[in-house]
Design a protein around this ligand. Structure first.
Ligand code: TTP
Ligand code: MG
Length: 354
């Protein structure tokens, strides 16, 4: 199997938001801490530190559930601007090694260090030094995965968390990938995993028993990528463009909104929140979208390619479509805009010297 000769590092900060909060308030050290949500009300956690995770507290968990699992959990409000500042410091460290960086969120990124000659070209030593510099400048720990491609580097960065790193050399990939649960494959969420498990496909090794034709039969056009990825092959480049971005706000209500009129009433205050997030000259909007979560946690999203202007009329029309899909009390509403992918610089034209 040809795993290529690239050297990719995936760096992921450890319980990022929570780590920043604990760093800035030493009283919290050693105690279970989560970021986000209101102690009396609703809302979900963005993340929890490792002390809280021991109780089963997780990212995206409703506050109530978390407090049931861990009544002494300390809830800290979100401070985005602080996380953004720390993220910028981390990015600066990356830039000391390479400019082929693909951030996935504030706290994780892929780096392609194939052509970096520092540390005799050892990506493991580079990762070690990157983590050391991050700690030096932020007092925050990061974990890293080092592998010939993005899929494996991301899996590897999880292997020795927190504050660790794991290198997967090509020779060890076949053995490593065999027992890797299919849930680790990007794009395999709970539903797909369930579908795979029904076919007794639990690991990448199980997936390897199928031909491309069989995988395409089961999973459509995705089958071909699956065939590669379950063997640890992933040719996706580290792309400097970053992910296509969206800007959105969402609110979980103290009390479910019972009907359509309630949504019409609440819209202006949601619009105000969104407008605060959007810069005045946001011209590169591809389209707008809404998200509705009903009382039973069923979630629906609506967008239309022709609706680009983030105004109340457009949001109302999307919300109306979403609401009447279920006509049930609403727990959460999100409003957002999807931005166009930034244009990549066209290659500098070759000068014709003669
Ligand atoms: P993650 O890297 O998924 O989690 P983490 O850094 O908190 O913990 P780990 O040590 O396992 O990497 O996410 C990074 C940050 O993104 C996290 O600190 C908070 C935020 N986040 C949310 O706001 N909502 C979410 O559902 C998740 C998963 C993360
Ligand atoms: Mg993280």
């Amino acid at each position: 199997m040809d795993f290529g000769t690239r050297k990719i590092i995936h760096v992921d900060m450890d319980c990022f938001y929570a780590a920043v909060e604990v760093r800035d308030n030493p009283d919290l050290r050693g105690k279970p801490v989560a970021v986000g949500g209101h102690p009396e009300g609703r809302g979900v956690l963005t993340t929890a530190n490792y002390e809280a995770r021991k109780y089963g507290v997780r990212s995206a968990m409703p506050v109530k559930t978390a407090l049931n699992l861990c009544p002494q959990l300390i809830l800290v409000p979100i401070h985005f601007s602080k996380y953004r500042q720390e993220s910028a410091k981390v990015k600066k460290v990356f830039l000391e090694f390479t400019d082929i960086i693909q951030p996935l969120s504030l706290d994780e990124a892929f780096l392609d260090v194939t052509h970096v000659t520092d540390f005799s070209g050892s990506a493991s030593m580079m990762a070690h030094e990157i983590r050391r510099r991050i700690f030096d400048r932020t007092q925050l720990t990061a974990s890293a995965g080092i592998a010939p491609n993005k899929f494996l580097a991301k899996v590897a960065s999880d292997w020795k968390k927190p504050n660790g790193q794991f290198t997967l050399p090509p020779s060890e990939i076949p053995e490593f990938i065999k027992d890797l649960p299919v849930g680790k494959i990007p794009g395999v969420g709970p539903k797909t995993r369930e579908k795979m498990n029904k076919h007794m496909i639990l690991t990448c090794g199980d997936l390897q028993k199928y031909t491309i034709t069989e995988l395409s039969g089961m999973f459509g056009s995705w089958g071909t990528s699956l065939y590669d990825i379950c063997r640890g092959v992933d040719h996706r480049p580290v792309s400097r463009g970053g992910p296509s971005k969206s800007i959105s706000i969402e609110r979980t209500f103290q009390k479910d909104i019972p009907n359509w009129n309630g949504i019409v009433e609440i819209l202006p205050s949601l619009m105000e929140e969104l407008e605060n997030r959007l810069s005045k000259k946001q011209r590169n909007i591809q389209n707008i979208f809404v998200k509705i979560k009903f009382e039973d946690f069923q979630t629906t999203t609506v967008s239309k390619s022709e609706l680009k202007e983030p105004n109340a009329k457009n949001y109302l029309s999307l919300l109306e479509e979403g609401f009447y899909r279920e006509s049930k009390p609403v727990r959460l509403i999100g409003l957002g805009v999807r931005l166009k992918a930034p244009k990549t610089n066209p290659k500098t034209p070759q000068l014709d010297l003669f």
